[in-house]
Structure formats: structure tokens, C-alpha cells
Ligand binder design. Structure first.
Ligand code: CP
Ligand code: NVA
Length: 306
């Protein structure tokens, strides 16, 4: 309906159109975007631990003129102390936006359905879109434009890969994946990627995915919440370590990315992550620039009436 106000949240990269993604990236690359949080606060709720996400969000909120408040998940006790909906209705009276890292993505969907303030996904079991924004700005800074660049993700087809495939694919990158057959994106995930014109080319062997690639990316084999599967996963992923031999088959200008935290000797060798092709420290710094740009967009232009 014309003029109807809609509350927009950022739960996954495809909550943005391609045009909006480009606009957000422009704001991420702007070190002094509008101070959209002057006199306002943002709640940062964490059901799981964090270094990069918590600190980059706190600094981004500060740089936008606002006040970040860190809240441990246990303090709110979603659906134990009170319902998700009641907790969000309360917080929305104090804060301009609520950002949350949760075990179950459905929690974020319920938070967003309250529609009292925008919700931002700081990692769930299915996605990590704030990481994906930082990843693509790292690549845009490296290459200028990633349209046509090939990105090989090696390892677990997890939350980080799903959001990254969406972001890089929406910008025109070719997405390749190599990992064990039991740890790939689901058909539902692939359909969702197809809806934004992103196709994932799957390979059984890491070497085939890395062949001539411009970007090699990996993440831990065991994500937060999967600790009981650690030994089984180590066995399943043993042929998918990113090492110098694998990097040797990439393009001469190839870069290595990892969302961090990393386990040297498992998904990546020290030689690669600490080597000349690695961009992991600019990537982690870019989390702050990505957070600032996304919030600047979501809390202003993103909320303009349809
Ligand atoms: N990459 C990332 O999200 O790191 P943290 O878990 O430390 O926030
Ligand atoms: N896939 C990892 C990413 C951590 C930033 C996890 O979910 O634990």
C-alpha cells in the first residue's frame, strides 16, 4: 500500500536488493556516514561468545553517535524468563535497533515479526550476513570490482558460506564450493540463492575448486553449538585443509580469507593464514566498517516509506 510504513530488518543478505547492497557497500566504504544514532542506543544481544562481532558493532554504534549496550543471552532468557516477543517489546522502548547472535535463526525471525524496531543478525545457525558484508568490502578494496572473480570456499557449507555466497554472488562473483557431501548447502539454501541469481558450483576435491580461483575462503570445521560433533567432523574434513599446495593452484593474484577465529593446522595451515596472500586482518578490521555502513543504511534510508 502506498505510503505504508514497513519495519525493515537485516537477517540475511538477500533482505537487500542488489541495488541496496551496492548502496550499503558505498556507506561501508565511507568513513564518515550520517550520524544516524545521535542520542540513541543499540542493544547487542549475544547467546554465544564473540570477539570481532561484539567489538566491531560497539565501535560502529559509537562512530554513528550512539551508545551500544551488550546483553548476554542468559540475562534475557528468551522463552525461559519471558518470551522472545515480550523481551523485544521491552527493549524496543529503549533502543533504536536490536542486534543479536542466536543459536536458532527462528529466534531472529520472531524478533523481527514484533516490528517495533529493526533487528540485525549477528550470526545464527543459518547465516552470518554482517561477516559477509565485511568479506565483500575486503574484496572490493582488493580488486575494485568482484564481478567475474572466482571464489572457492573450502570446508563446511555453513552459516558463513551461505551468507558469503549470497553477497559475493549478488555482486557477480563465481561461487565454488568443495567439502564433504554431507556438509553442503541444502536444496532449500540453493533455491534461495537461485532466487537472487546465485549458483554454487560444487566440487568433491579442494584442488578442483581452487584451480585458478581469485579468492580462497575457509572457516572452522566445527561451528559454535556443534562441539559434540568435533571428532567426527575432523575426520570428515581432513582432506579439506587450505595449505600452500592448494594456494599454489590458484590465480597469481589470489587472496586468502577466513572469518576467524581460526584453527591453524585444521582448516588452514599457519603458512597460509600468516602468509602474503592472507587478508584476514584487513577483513577483521572491515567488520567495523561494514557494521557502520549497514547501520547507517538500515536506520535511515532502509526505513523510508515504500
Ligand atoms: N567472525 C566472527 O564473527 O568472529 P566472532 O565470533 O569473534 O565475533
Ligand atoms: N561458523 C562459525 C563462525 C564463527 C564466526 C560459527 O558459527 O561458529
Amino acid at each position: 500500500m502506498e505510503g505504508k510504513s514497513i519495519m525493515r530488518s537485516f537477517l540475511e543478505v538477500d533482505d537487500l536488493t542488489v541495488g541496496e547492497l551496492h548502496r550499503v557497500l558505498d556507506l561501508c566504504l565511507d568513513s564518515n556516514p550520517p550520524k544516524v544514532l545521535e542520542g540513541e542506543g543499540v542493544a547487542l544481544v549475544f547467546e554465544k561468545p564473540s570477539n570481532r562481532t561484539r567489538n566491531s558493532m560497539e565501535m560502529a554504534v559509537f562512530q554513528l553517535g550512539g551508545h551500544p549496550v551488550y546483553i548476554r543471552g542468559e540475562e534475557l532468557g528468551f522463552d525461559k524468563r519471558e518470551s522472545v516477543e515480550d523481551a523485544v517489546s521491552t527493549l524496543s522502548g529503549y533502543y533504536k535497533c536490536i542486534a543479536a547472535r542466536v543459536f536458532d535463526h527462528k529466534t531472529l525471525e520472531r524478533m523481527a515479526q514484533v516490528e517495533l524496531c529493526p533487528i540485525v543478525n549477528l550470526l545464527s545457525d543459518t547465516g552470518h550476513p554482517m561477516q559477509a558484508l565485511a568479506d565483500v568490502i575486503t574484496l572490493v578494496k582488493e580488486y575494485g570490482d568482484i564481478n567475474g572473480k572466482s571464489l572457492a570456499f573450502i570446508g563446511d557449507g555453513n552459516n558463513v558460506f551461505r551468507s558469503l555466497a549470497m553477497a559475493a554472488g549478488m555482486l557477480g562473483a563465481e561461487i565454488r564450493f568443495a567439502g564433504p557431501s554431507d556438509y553442503r548447502l541444502s536444496e532449500i539454501d540453493k533455491d534461495r540463492l537461485a532466487a537472487v541469481d546465485v549458483k554454487v558450483n560444487e566440487f568433491d576435491f579442494a584442488q578442483d575448486a581452487a584451480d585458478g580461483a581469485n579468492i580462497v575462503y575457509t572457516d572452522v570445521w566445527t561451528s559454535m553449538g556443534q562441539e559434540s560433533e568435533m571428532e567426527e567432523r575432523k575426520r570428515a574434513f581432513e582432506a579439506f585443509t587450505v595449505d600452500s599446495n592448494l594456494m599454489g593452484s590458484t590465480s597469481s593474484d589470489a587472496v586468502f580469507l577466513h572469518c576467524l577465529p581460526a584453527h591453524r593446522g585444521e582448516e588452514v595451515t599457519a603458512e597460509v593464514i600468516d602468509g602474503p596472500k592472507s587478508r584476514v586482518w584487513s577483513q577483521s578490521e572491515n567488520r567495523m566498517h561494514a557494521a557502520r555502513g549497514l547501520l547507517a543504511w538500515l536506520l535511515a534510508e532502509g526505513q523510508e516509506n515504500e
